[in-house]
Design a protein around this ligand. Sequence first.
Ligand SMILES: [Zn+2]
Length: 338
Amino acid sequence: MEIKFERLHLQSDLLSPLKGFEKISVPTEVRIDPLTGRRSRIITWTLPPQEGFDFSKMAEQSKGCIFCPGNVLEKTPQFIKEISSEGRISIGGATGFPNLFPAGTYGSVVVLCRDHFLNLTQLTPNIYEEGLSVSVEIIRRTTIFDPDARYWQVSQNFLLPAGSSILHPHLQVIGDPLPTNEMGWLLDAGSSYYERNRSHYWKDLIQTEKGLGKRYITSIGNVHWFVSFAPIGFNEVCGSVEGHGSILTLSKKEIASLAEGIASTLKYYGSKNLDSFNFSIYSISGETSYQLLLRMISRTPFQPNYLNDCTSYEALQSELTSNIFPEELCREIRPYFP
Ligand SMILES: [Zn+2]
């Protein structure tokens, strides 16, 4: 096993106007991801907390959107007959259909619920269980039609800071015959780890994190929840499902466990007055050295003078920042999990 948790300490000295121009030192920690070697920066300062934003006016004005009941089964696109003869796929309150503006081979939207707007603490495990079940059904039917589509993401962009113009909670289910950059990095690094060590990176990581106890949150069934050593976003929480690479082979119980972890993380985000987030499930079939990963991050909360959290560091230097130490996040989030 060769899981190394490497960190470098940087320090910036300056004369602070907040302390009568006394010399102060501001530390930054650079962490190197044990799998990919990618560097992340943990910044040790934060902006003052903001009051929670009141979305009621925005929700009222945009009510009756294309995803709302009455419109969703009338105005959204339908699947081609080879994928779904019913046109759309529904389970409970969730409905899936093709994205009118896709960015790849198979792009679908899954509307999660009938409610037009829900805040983070109202997004329940049951909502995600139904939404993920529809996602699995879309992927299942599509891969019967096109077995080359092996690379799938089930993602959520929640509210404007996360890249969604529509308030109504929904998922993106996107599949292609080729991986995204992130999937490619995970696969390449995972298979070279396997070749070097003759063992599985994700199994080794989970065993190591469990032993250390500093970033391992809990397990729900055989879904392991942990905070990554070198996060690629704010408040990053990961889930990994033992024994699976693709979402297609998950049992009902494993889908429910993923849903529970997502809702638990959202409860924690909500308690911190965070209101916007992204998650991605990287679902890849036919790769023995890969284990299904879900990665979830918070985005800067929406507010009138909104500050985007994607600066030149993230956008142009591919160096990702986090505003909380992973070990501190793990300690804080544990009580929110079952
Ligand atoms: Zn709506």
